[in-house]
Write a protein that binds this ligand. Structure first.
Ligand code: ATP
Ligand code: MG
Length: 597
């Protein structure tokens, strides 16, 4: 491709609305253009990168025996009503774009394809002899994200590879899951990315496993905790660890103390000269269930620990049926305004005790009249602890469960594991932290969708059983931008060779010099013929501009037909380390072919 014929526009300055390096660079280098919030045009250079990544994904999927298909993006609402996800996806989370067609039928634009694939499986899979099966597609997905941002990282329209497998039993699912784990590792390695496979939260479906593939980068939205020995890595949402030992309490008898102005753990510790590990902290949450009911939650946890809201939400989801609901839509720490909307009298905020009375709640159709009380394991073990007195400006010391306070029935593990904690598998290892971009997620679904939608098969004994399912996603467009986030310098993008839009660019420093043009044209033709994908910068621009652009767009090798051609040579520069060398013109094709290998 000749730059003179190409839609090629680079920007000198950072676009104002881009926050992270990869987003700025892709805009500046002319790979993408923003069309609307979370909606981008993939320009020709970008399309080539997307196609290369898609090809790697395709090859690795095919190698496992999976088969490519293409499913509709327009999805009838009925399917989502069958699975029970229509309301959650269109109303509650509102992540699905939905519309009504001219026949007054409701449709959704596919954010994911469990419903569609399960329908296909329900119609076509009859017998265990057809299993296992693994189908995937590479396609544009639509999600009305609350906060689209960072360019392709979180778009409202983006490219995903999604795959779904069907099995007769868990064992078969586990085998395919392992194959997918391997395929995903291969994809990311081949795309030239540094990544970590981490244990992930599988929401309240729970039980079965789920792994996220995290591209390591400071701009990542996710936090990963891992140990140096490589034996443990988990998303912070899921991570477990051993908390530090609690200090022994200095208080030996139960007393109420006046502790003015100590509404935070830090202040109370200072005032009572105690350690936060001797305090039972009482945190208020509100959960909204999918039937619209708000439930107030009181969590007791050790003073030095934080609540992991994902784990907390999973615990509350387990209680859903108790409230006539299926799932929890959200949990949050209620604001003062919200507290005022359900409380009967002013709450002793900052001084709450584990036995905060249910009388505080003005129950109604929308608000459950009792607190759900959860106690974290870290708080259960404490003796002679300090906690609030349910009275502003007062705490109690020397308190014990089963003496002054009834221990809640629901003992749970909902503390947030954090950097520096000891690891469970080997307490001599402490947890380290890294930021990551979730590029892929593989998931053992089990029978959630097949049961809801009646997708069954007949087993060897002639019994009808629900299909066991797995699902596997890779964010192709997100992965591409992650590669940039991991590999750039002050001058621009440095593409890993395997996914670069072109391997090399031949730059003619002086377009008026017939000899330079001649050599460049010859190399351009021969390189392309030899499979070295090559651009020709034949624009009527200053050499400096051309070099800057070549650096910005990040092509791995630059070939300059400059002064050296007088000696039968050209200058070849490696983008990654700027290493430059003169190579005989007739050796160029060979040398680049070697380097590409
Ligand atoms: P996230 O937690 O980042 O929202 P997710 O859990 O919703 O991701 P999945 O539903 O598992 O993601 O989708 C599979 C993959 O698709 C993700 O691992 C990610 O790489 C990609 N992906 C998800 N949402 C987006 C988005 N809005 N823009 C670009 N890629 C996305
Ligand atoms: Mg999401």
């Amino acid at each position: 491709m000749r730059l003179s014929n190409k839609l090629f526009v680079t920007l000198r300055d950072d676009p104002a609305d881009a926050e992270i390096p990869s987003h700025k660079l892709l805009l500046r280098a002319g790979y993408i253009r923003r069309i609307g919030s979370g909606v981008y045009a993939y320009l020709p250079l970008m399309l080539r990168v997307l196609q290369k990544v898609s090809q790697i994904v395709r090859e690795e999927m095919n190698a496992t025996g999976a088969e490519e298909c293409l499913l509709p993006q327009l999805q009838p609402a009925e399917l989502w009503k069958e699975s029970g996800r229509w309301d959650t996806y269109t109303k509650a989370e509102g992540i699905m774009f939905s519309l009504i067609d001219r026949r007054e039928q409701q449709l959704g634009l596919g954010p994911t394809h469990e419903e569609v694939i399960t329908t296909v499986a329900r119609d076509m899979i009859r017998s265990y002899r057809q299993l296992p099966l693994n189908l995937y597609q590479i396609q544009t997905k639509f999600r009305d994200e609350i906060r689209p941002r960072f360019g392709l990282m979180r778009g409202r329209e983006f490219i995903m590879k999604d795959g779904y497998s069907f099995h007769a039993d868990e064992e078969s699912l586990k085998k395919t899951y392992q194959d997918m784990y391997q395929a995903y590792s291969n994809m990311l390695r081949r795309a030239g990315l540094a990544f970590r496979a981490v244990e992930a939260d599988s929401g309240a479906i729970g039980g079965s496993g789920s792994t996220e593939f995290m591209v390591l980068a400071d701009a990542g939205e996710d936090e990963v905790l891992y140990t140096e020995d490589g034996k443990y890595a988990a998303n912070v949402e899921k991570a477990v660890s051993l908390p530090a030992e609690a200090e022994t309490s200095a208080f030996t008898s139960f007393e109420k103390r006046e502790t003015p102005g100590t509404g935070s753990i830090e202040k109370v510790c200072k005032f009572l000269k105690c350690s936060p590990t001797q305090i039972v902290k009482n945190v208020l949450y509100q959960a909204v269930y999918d039937n619209g009911l708000t439930v107030l939650v009181l969590v007791n946890i050790r003073g030095d620990q934080e609540v992991n809201e994902v784990k907390c939400q999973n615990e509350l989801t387990k209680l859903a049926s108790q409230f006539g609901a299926k799932t929890v839509l959200s949990i949050s720490v209620p604001t003062n305004e919200i507290i005022a909307s359900w409380s009967t009298k002013s709450l002793p905020l900052g001084y709450i005790a584990p036995d905060l009375d249910d009388d505080y709640i003005a129950g109604s159709k929308q608000v459950h009249s009792q607190f759900v009380r959860l106690v974290d394991k870290t708080a259960v073990e404490l003796k002679n602890f300090v906690t609030g007195a349910n009275e502003s400006g007062f705490h109690v010391v020397g308190a014990n469960w089963c003496e002054q306070f009834k221990l809640p029935e629901l003992v749970v593990d909902i503390r947030k594991a954090r950097v520096g904690d000891r690891s469970l598998h080997d307490p001599s290892q402490t947890l380290q932290i890294a930021r990551g971009i979730e590029a892929g997620h593989i998931f053992q679904l089990g029978t959630k969708y097949s049961e809801a939608m009646g997708a069954t098969y007949t087993n060897e004994q002639g019994e009808e059983k629900p299909l066991v399912m797995g699902c596997y996603g890779v964010g192709v467009s997100r992965l591409v931008q992650s590669a940039v986030e991991q590999s750039y310098d002050k001058d621009g993008i440095i593409w890993p060779v395997a996914i670069a839009p072109y391997h090399s660019i031949v730059t003619i420093p002086n377009i008026k010099d017939a000899q330079q043009i001649k050599v460049a044209e010859k190399l351009y033709t021969e390189l392309n013929k030899a499979g070295v994908e090559t651009l020709l910068d034949d624009r009527d621009e200053r050499a400096g501009v051309k070099f800057k652009d070549a650096d910005l767009i990040g092509i791995p090798f630059r070939i300059v037909t400059g002064r050296a051609i007088a000696n039968g040579k050209v200058e070849v520069v490696k983008r990654a380390n700027r290493e430059s060398q003169e190579i005989a013109i007739e050796e160029v094709v060979n040398t680049l072919q070697q380097w590409l290998k």
